[in-house]
Design a protein around this ligand. Structure first.
Ligand code: ZN
Length: 661
């Protein structure tokens, strides 16, 4: 009897070793979160920040090679095994840019940003001509028209006023739709060229300007890529990109408010609508003219090699699933905020997680840290790598991106539906450095990721959910000479408290997603997400043409939701799982999230057909309703229904596994 009891006890013990507790032990989690939080160091972040943003470092240049070498050195120092992947592309460089007002008076504009005696870094101004990458060459002289943000609606308004925008140079604000979409709209209207300036009003306030404060000064000129990368990211000479014509057909130049003011003074005609008016004292009229401008641009191509950097955490596990976390390291000029504030956060995160593995933490899944090159031209590095490594990425469960850690003080999380609950868990107990309140109380509504950073190839080609997080949405010195160490360390994030907070968030999130027994997707987020988008479409008005498509889509969403709710219940009641069941369940969970990836990208969320770079819920369906095209509506609705059915079937398999003994 006694012996029997002992054997029984032994059996129970053996079983409990083989079986995995489904829910993490909250006490041990809190302990590890404490260790993570106390390991993140502001001093280290600021030290990297100084090292990595001390010289201008465009993609593929010698200077960026050096930045990459420093990243490699740091990663090795943390005991991580590093690898690299190199790719060569033709990168556009400016040779000559001139802008002149030729009528009613003659003025030669200085296109360089002003060198500031208060900021030593700005002495490179003369070498850093602001330009738009991939702008075609230009030698044009024509009237200027003011076209607000340069969207299709803006041109429609001008035409409704009887104004002919064709063959004009359009002066437009930087804000609103993204650069590539401004090009799309201008091409359609036969506009000859674009001049894009940062408008003071779009900052929302007048406050102390850089170098005396962090805010917009009259000389900021915002560089960028003109590629329509939301259509297809990466190299525009690739066949798929060529098919979608991602290269711009008309030239464009970035200009400062200083230059824009002179132009506005000489653009007369009708006063613009209230919403088009900015805060420059010269006033806003539509034109065209009388201002005539001569715009000359000549660029050249440089064959350059870019280098992506990788570091694996925990290569010991036999779990084939892994998480990817990354940031780019190429910049337009110094890029203290974009991207180095994010690069340093990612480096610190790699350090912290590597440290805790030495303190006894063994992540169930591997984490791949990535440092991308060539992002600014249109996600060249990440796109090339993702497309070459799709077989490897079949086992990737999510991609966590930062890009710019600090723009302003508000926490700004952009993420795929399905990851909301898991991000909330990582935020649990963390305080916002600005207000001191808990993120759990004040976090903003989660937004769709944008299609203008390294998340794009992961959504589009790898079909995995993403998180893109940082503080702030916009900032005054974006893509300008003044995005430098002085701006970030003196005015932006002086004690690195926002970068520290972000590293804690990313580290906690990676800890969670690499450790959870079951992949932490929450499928009950899908139906509310899609329903909200359907409601918004319904408000747009022409949904009645759908002849019941929307109704049947809603029913399909409800059926899917019922399965998702049941799965959550099973997960909550199930206490433990055998290793075999865990492997099988996770495979089906990943299949279920990838079921939303169609041949046209993700069916839940894709690049917006109207704004380009913003992610939009049910964008295919939205485009179909905008086009008011019945066949397109049916096709988009069917795609989504198919994904819901397929995803639901995978979830039912997981439920089956959880229900079995
Ligand atoms: Zn960036």
């Amino acid at each position: 009897m006694k012996q029997k009891g002992l054997i029984f006890l032994f059996l129970i013990l053996a079983a409990s070793f083989a079986f995995l507790l489904l829910r993490p032990d909250p006490k041990s989690d809190t302990e590890w979160f404490k260790k993570i939080d106390s390991s993140v160091s502001a001093a280290t972040i600021q030290e990297y920040q100084h090292d990595l943003s001390s010289s201008p470092h465009r993609a593929g240049t010698e200077a960026n090679r050096k930045v990459g070498d420093q990243i490699l050195k740091l990663l090795s120092k943390y005991g991580l095994k590093t690898t690299t992947a190199e790719y060569s592309f033709d990168f556009p460089e400016p040779q000559d840019a001139q802008l002149q007002l030729t009528f009613p008076s003659e003025i030669n504009f200085n296109l360089h940003e002003r060198q500031l005696s208060e900021d030593e870094s700005t002495k490179v101004s003369k070498n850093e001509l602001p330009y738009f990458a991939f702008s075609p060459d230009a030698d044009i002289q024509t009237k200027v028209i003011y076209a607000n943000t340069g969207s299709a609606e803006d041109y429609a308004y001008l035409k409704s006023r009887g104004l002919d925008v064709s063959n004009c140079i359009a002066l437009v604000r930087a804000r609103g739709i993204c650069r590539g979409m401004k090009i799309v709209a201008a091409e359609k209207e036969g506009v000859a060229g674009l001049l894009i300036y940062p408008e003071l009003k779009d900052q929302g306030f007048r406050k102390v300007e850089f170098p005396y404060g962090p805010h917009l000064n009259p000389w900021v000129s915002q560089r960028g890529s003109l590629l329509k990368y939301f259509l297809y990211p990466g190299d525009p000479t690739e066949p798929d990109a060529q098919n979608l014509s991602t290269l711009p057909k008309i030239p464009a130049m970035p200009i400062s408010q200083d230059v824009a003011s002179v132009l506005l003074k000489n653009i007369l005609g009708e006063a613009v609508p209230e919403s088009w008016q900015g805060w420059l004292p010269e006033g806003y009229h539509t034109g065209p003219g009388p201002a005539i401008v001569k715009m000359v641009y000549r660029g050249t191509k440089q064959r350059r090699t870019i280098r992506n950097i990788f570091a694996w955490l925990n290569t010991k596990t036999d779990d084939k699933h892994f998480v990817v976390a990354g940031n780019h390291y190429d910049a337009w000029v110094y890029g203290a905020a974009d991207p180095i504030s994010g690069t340093t956060v990612m480096l610190e995160t790699a350090k912290v997680l590597s440290n805790i593995t030495h303190k006894g933490w063994t992540p169930r899944r591997k984490i791949l840290f990535t440092f991308w090159d060539g992002e600014e031209y249109g996600m060249f590095g990440s796109t090339a790598w993702v497309k070459k490594n799709l077989p490897l990425l079949e086992n990737a469960v999510a991609y966590i991106n930062v890009d710019t850690a600090y723009r302003a003080r508000d926490f700004s999380p952009y993420l795929s539906p399905g990851l909301y609950t898991s991000l909330d868990r990582a935020l649990n107990g963390l305080q916002d450095p600005d207000s001191g309140r808990y993120f759990s109380e004040i976090r903003p509504e989660y937004q769709n990721p944008g299609f203008s950073s390294d998340v794009v190839p992961f959504i589009r080609f790898a079909g995995i959910p993403v998180i893109d997080a940082g503080f702030g949405r916009t900032y005054s010195v974006y893509h300008s000479l003044y995005d430098d160490e002085m701006w970030l360390e003196k005015f932006g994030d002086p004690d690195a408290k926002f970068r520290v907070a972000l590293s804690k968030i990313i580290s906690r999130y990676l800890y969670r997603i690499s450790n959870d027994v079951l992949l932490p997707y929450d499928f009950t987020e899908i139906q509310p997400y899609a329903s909200k988008a359907l409601n918004a479409l319904e408000k747009k008005g022409n949904i009645q043409h759908s002849n019941g498509e929307v109704e049947s889509l809603r029913q399909e969403l409800d059926s899917f939701h019922a399965i998702a709710v049941q799965l959550q219940k099973e997960i909550e009641t199930k206490k433990q799982l055998s290793p075999e069941s865990r492997v099988a369940a996770n495979k089906f969970l990943l299949d279920a999230i990838k079921a939303f990836n169609g041949s046209n990208g993700n069916v839940l969320m894709e690049a917006s057909g109207t704004s380009g770079c913003a992610g939009e819920a049910l964008s295919d369906l939205s485009d179909a309703f905008t086009a008011n095209n019945r066949e397109q509506i049916i096709a988009a609705a069917n795609n989504l229904k198919r994904s819901l059915t397929s995803s639901g079937q995978f979830l039912e398999k997981v439920i089956g596994i959880l229900k079995s003994k």
